[in-house]
Design a protein around this ligand. Structure first.
Ligand SMILES: [Zn+2]
Length: 60
């Protein structure tokens, strides 16, 4: 039995963009904080802080 615990939030280490996981829509959405969307830099090739820790488990 394999249990995965996917992250529910992520932050770009380059531009500061913040996403939160929307379980209903099964997608990432931009976090809104203090009425302001944390969009970061739209030109950025985002470097998410979860990249190293999270990899989907694949049974072979
Ligand atoms: Zn970024």
């Amino acid at each position: 039995m394999v249990t995965i615990d996917p992250p529910t939030e992520r932050t770009c280490e380059r531009c500061g963009r913040e996403d939160v996981w929307n379980a209903d829509r099964q997608t990432w959405v931009i976090r809104t904080s203090d009425g302001e969307k944390r969009v970061g830099n739209p030109q950025c090739l985002h470097e998410w802080d979860i990249n190293g820790a999270y990899s989907p488990v694949v049974e072979s």
